[in-house]
Design a protein around this ligand. Structure first.
Ligand code: BGC
Length: 265
């Protein structure tokens, strides 16, 4: 029960990595907010499952790229649970396109959710951490933010200029606010997943041929599971990781190890 007595908000928590994180945080004793924008049923099922298992959860509909939605979501969460200890800024989308064909809409949509959404949620979390009386937290830090970034915060990705730019932006957002807020005892970090089996990249793993091709990029030889990320998120949010701030923990089976050089160079 590494997060006992704490409250966590996870964005994009009704599927993929976000769903695994919110369930793992609830299992670790946190009250959780399950943010979603589409597919309300999935969010409700997660809330039901957590509640049946003896936890506390609330589903929160919000488009995180919209300021008012974000403000209202945080208000609904703190009305229910009193205060916020952990934000997991996870919601993300891809709108892939060859660069010369990428529309402004595709660019704005991805930057809007992945980067502006991360900014809006992180800013609101910090306002909430500051609002709470000092000493009222169940953890050593006075507040914790975890961004779910990607290996693509450092790995360029053809046909994904909008997505890679958003993740590179998250890296500097994370580091800058980690630096700015450390004196307040807020910890800010990212997790950089590699290829994890979720709906966002289904076409890259759901046929044996596609999976074999993807595995060539992963020295450890297997595509990741959402639970691989969820375990790390629980630990990173907990006091076990109290001295970590301003870091990206890559959880990628070695994807960043230049696998093309195994046989070349
Ligand atoms: C993307 C996935 C991709 C993975 C590794 C993630 O950030 O969302 O589509 O499989 O990076 O390239």
């Amino acid at each position: 029960m590494l997060l006992k007595g704490q409250t966590a908000l996870v964005t994009g928590a009704n599927s993929g990595i976000g769903a695994a994180i919110v369930k793992a945080m609830a299992a670790a004793g946190a009250n959780v907010g399950v943010n979603y924008i589409v597919n309300e049923d999935a969010a409700d099922r997660i809330v039901k499952q957590i509640t049946e298992d003896g936890g506390s959860a609330v589903a929160l509909k919000a488009d995180i790229s919209k300021e008012d939605d974000v403000t209202n979501m945080f208000k609904a969460l703190t009305d229910r649970f009193g205060a916020l200890d952990i934000l997991v800024s996870n919601a993300g989308i891809q709108r892939d396109s060859p660069f010369e064909q990428m529309s402004l809409e595709q660019w704005n949509e991805v930057i809007g959710v992945n980067l502006t959404g991360a900014f809006l949620c992180a800013r609101q979390a910090v306002r909430e951490f500051l609002r709470r009386e000092t000493g009222a937290t169940a953890s050593q830090a006075a507040g914790k933010i975890i961004f779910v970034s990607s290996v693509h915060e450092v790995v360029p990705w053809a046909h994904h200029a909008n997505y890679a730019s958003s993740k590179g932006g998250i890296m500097m957002l994370m580091k800058t606010i980690a630096q700015e807020l450390a004196p307040r005892k807020f910890r800010v970090n990212s997790i950089g997943p590699g290829a994890i089996k979720t709906p966002i990249n289904k076409q890259a793993w759901d046929s044996p041929q596609a999976a074999a091709k993807l595995e060539e990029l992963i020295p450890y030889g297997r595509i990741g599971e959402p639970s691989d990320i969820a375990r790390v998120a629980v630990w990173l949010a907990s006091d076990e990781a109290d001295y970590i701030t301003g870091a990206t923990l890559f959880v990628d089976g070695g994807m960043l190890l230049y696998p093309g050089f195994r046989t070349g160079g």
